[in-house]
Design a protein around this ligand. Structure first.
Ligand SMILES: [Zn+2]
Length: 273
């Protein structure tokens, strides 16, 4: 192999690295593959100290960003990520928030401007595999920063032509169904939360399922590092067995493939080693 195998994951906020890609980052790093996490925003619109919501008195954007970036560094350690790259854009907040209109919000940065910066990182690390969200920002999430992360990554991949394989994170509908079934039968109070039928990735779009069961604990620790956002991390409050079930595999949709790999694979690096 004349070049080092490298995985790059592109995420919107500090904490997004854990759920959909924490397992692959930890696993591939253990396998000696270089891992690079690109986090696009500083997460300013997350919760402040004591769960203070953005826009409420006592919420200080700069302090929240500083705290969240510190939490991100801790998470990166748990996951064994080799390189953390921060694009440093301003968090746009959830879809519909006033903060969406801030001229510096990541979602308002011209795609080619941010894509050029990401493209520079792709040229620097030359990853064979790049992972980010689908066009809905991840299985229908629709957070403006997640959609923007998708757009700039697609643009950077097209402009550089470097990665051999390009993936979107996926939450297979069948897995969501199984998990909610499991929680209901084990008597978990789900409140009024009910996943809609079109929540998640249609199963037929899932090409790649990676076993990360041995990394569930590290993934969990990484998630716990983002303590200030604990209230928003629904999975932290699930029963352990349901957590394990939700954490033990990570699924993806392959959208670019320039190597010989099976249509359904269990390794993002299939065909590359
Ligand atoms: Zn996010």
């Amino acid at each position: 192999m004349d070049r080092q195998l490298t995985l790059m994951a592109v995420h919107a906020h500090p904490d997004d690295e854990c759920l959909s890609t924490g397992g692959i980052l930890a696993r591939y790093s253990d396998e000696g593959i270089r891992t690079v996490l690109v986090t696009c925003t500083n997460g300013e619109q997350g919760d402040g100290p004591g769960g203070v919501k953005p826009g409420d008195p006592g919420h200080n954007d700069a302090e929240v960003a500083e705290r969240r970036l510190a939490e991100l560094r801790e998470s990166v350690q748990h996951l064994g990520i080799d390189h953390l790259e921060l694009l440093g854009y301003r968090d746009s907040g959830m879809d519909g928030w006033d903060t969406n209109k801030h001229p510096d919000a990541f979602a308002n940065v011209p795609v080619d401007v941010a894509a050029t910066r990401l493209g520079e990182l792709i040229k620097q690390y030359r990853p064979q595999v790049v992972v980010t969200y689908d066009e809905t920002g991840g299985s229908g999430y629709n957070h403006p920063d997640h959609v923007q992360a998708h757009r700039i990554t697609v643009a950077a991949i097209e402009a550089t032509g470097i990665p051999d394989k390009f993936y979107y994170t996926a939450i297979p509908r069948a897995a969501i169904k199984r998990m909610f079934e499991f929680m209901r039968t084990s008597g978990v109070d789900l409140g009024d939360f009910q996943p809609s039928d079109d929540f998640g990735t249609p199963d037929e779009l899932v090409t790649t399922v990676v076993d990360v069961a041995p990394y569930v604990e590290r993934k969990f620790k990484a998630l716990q590092s983002h303590e200030s956002q604990g209230e928003n991390i629904f999975l932290l409050r699930m029963p352990e067995e349901a957590q394990h079930q939700a954490f033990a595999t990570e699924s993806f949709t392959r959208v670019v493939n320039r190597v010989t790999a099976p249509d359904h694979e269990d390794d993002l690096f299939a065909g590359l080693r």
